[in-house]
Design a protein around this ligand. Sequence first.
Ligand code: PMP
Length: 385
Amino acid sequence: MKEIYYFDNAATTPLHPQVLSVVTDTLTTIYGNPGSLHSVGRKAKQVLVEARASIAEHIGAHPEEIIFTSGACEGNSLAIKGYMEHHRDTVLITTPIEHASIAALCRQQSDSVRYAPVDWHGFVDLDRLHDLCRKEYLEGTGHLLVSIQAANNEIGTIQNLKEIAGIVHQYKGIFHTDATQLFPYEALDVKKLGIDMLSMSGQKINAPKGIGFLYVREGISLTPFNYGSQMEGRRGGTENIPYIAGLAKAVQLLDYNNVSMSRMQDYLISRLRRWEDDFIINGSFVHRLPNNLSISFRNIEGEALAMLLDCKGICVSTASACSTGSPEASHVLQAIHVPEEYINGTIRISLPRDITRRDIDYFTNTLHTCLIQLRHLTRYEDADA
Ligand code: PMP
């Protein structure tokens, strides 16, 4: 038995040993400011240039189209707010299931935001998206920006990025996607997919927390919120060279063979079905992340379940780590209409790459025991009331 079963990889991932070694080597040997002209600065600049080129190549972009950020919250904010501030007449079309960083920004800009609904699998309604884009194109007076996530962090549904980009471009819009959750599992070529801006976060691909990048297609102007000369004036602040080098290494190490993880996910579901028949698996069955399972149990307190599992060494989330602590039910689960008696009984299990059948056996056995315990307690409380 392991001490910890970490099944919360959608929240964050542990550092890869090779990434750690790049970060520590760079921290100890490359201390220069990449903006300095002397040899020490030039060495730092070289690391920066190489990291930028290697990441750009990975997504089919040019190096100058990559802006290093502190992660995807910043990338999302810079892409959307930066675009809307630069083009004050922008209308933003998005979905009701975006990450908290975008949802909060949209609430702030509410007059300029339109929502394309999602179905109960979490797929954006493409006809409605089409209608909204056309309406803004024909009747609107300004710029059109569409921001739709690549894969959902709570339910794992993967959107059809190419089709969405096609619709947006038909109406001369700009397409931004928050690719944080899909990036670890699918190779994304921004030019082939028609993505104009893409944000991601290193912490989901075994790089450190506090580093990520935003891809911005050449020709798109953003108003920065950090002023300075770095990143061609689009994101001021001396670059975090060790983390940038670590991020580039993590990107190089990405392995898109998801077959065994996906099988383990299916195995988990089949084990669960042996004992349980009263649960819902949220999101799509067809286009979903290979390791992100959102399960809702009827009349169960998801937080209590997650805490009981934690006592047995199993780490899972209730909805997403970013919305933990919010008294309201998840906006994603509400948008896909998870029934009331199930919505609070939701846990998100995001498996690691090296997951084994034994791990799943331990997990499902423990989950079964915890569910029995909780149902027992509820019955007891009901009898007391
Ligand atoms: N977008 C999505 C879809 C995410 O899952 C996350 C991380 N939970 C973020 C954005 C934010 O990433 P970070 O906290 O590293 O900025």
